[in-house]
Design a protein around this ligand. Structure first.
Ligand code: URA
Length: 213
């Protein structure tokens, strides 16, 4: 393995798109855990390779498994709406999940599955090098922040982690059954938009300015 990537050998001078394609190819052939047996498609993630904002969800559901794309079901419709509160659309961001295959009956990801699958996510983050990691729900937030704290206490506050600003929000699916969570998600994505407009895209230190306020 080369250049710090765990799941691919990166050719010299590869573009970000090429790196993401290589990772997606590795995901497509992955048999690291039992989830490979039940999948229709892998769901490596999709979006803008040069995104300032990378969104991280939990795992593909039924629609995502059928289409091979993240957030194309009901939660995806919500996500599109919430992104607009930040002044963003799907073409502006890159969307990925903790797990690249659908867990049976949409059960929670298991610790071993997370351990085996997240090297792909780490390599995607390394390739894209976004400013913001928007973690959606408990699994993404706890993995990225290496914490056991729950999303309810963490959401809506940016946290500097190395060169990234992590911005935890409720999972968009939470808004399907709970209108109070919809309002909180709208508020948090609005805050994300403010952060994005305050910190310029070429500013390399996310711990400065509004991101740390
Ligand atoms: N929920 C997720 O966490 N990810 C998806 O891709 C779809 C629903």
């Amino acid at each position: 393995m080369s250049a710090g990537f765990a799941t691919i050998v990166a050719p010299e001078k590869a573009t970000v798109s090429e790196l993401l394609d290589l990772i997606a190819q590795q995901v497509a052939g992955c048999k690291r855990c039992g989830l490979c047996a039940g999948r229709t498609n892998t769901v490596p993630g999709s979006g803008n390779p040069h995104a300032r904002v990378m969104l991280i969800g939990e795992a593909p559901g039924k629609n995502e498994d059928l289409k091979g794309q993240p957030f194309v079901g009901a939660a995806g419709k919500n996500l599109g709406e919430f992104l607009s509160f930040a002044g963003l659309n799907r073409d502006d961001v890159f969307i990925a999940n903790i797990l690249k295959c659908r867990p049976p009956s949409n059960r929670n990801p298991q610790p071993e599955e997370i351990e085996l699958c997240t090297p792909y996510l780490r390599d995607q983050v390394r390739a894209i090098s976004p400013q913001y990691l928007v973690t959606m729900g408990n699994f993404a937030t706890q993995f990225i922040l290496k914490t056991q704290k729950g999303i309810t206490s963490l959401r809506g506050t940016p946290i500097s982690v190395g060169k990234f600003t992590v911005f935890p929000v409720f999972h968009p699916a939470a808004a399907i059954y709970d209108r109070s969570k919809r309002a909180v998600l709208e508020q948090d994505f609005t805050r994300l938009g403010v952060l994005l407009s305050t910190v310029s895209s070429d500013e390399s230190d996310p711990s400065s300015g509004a991101a740390n306020s």
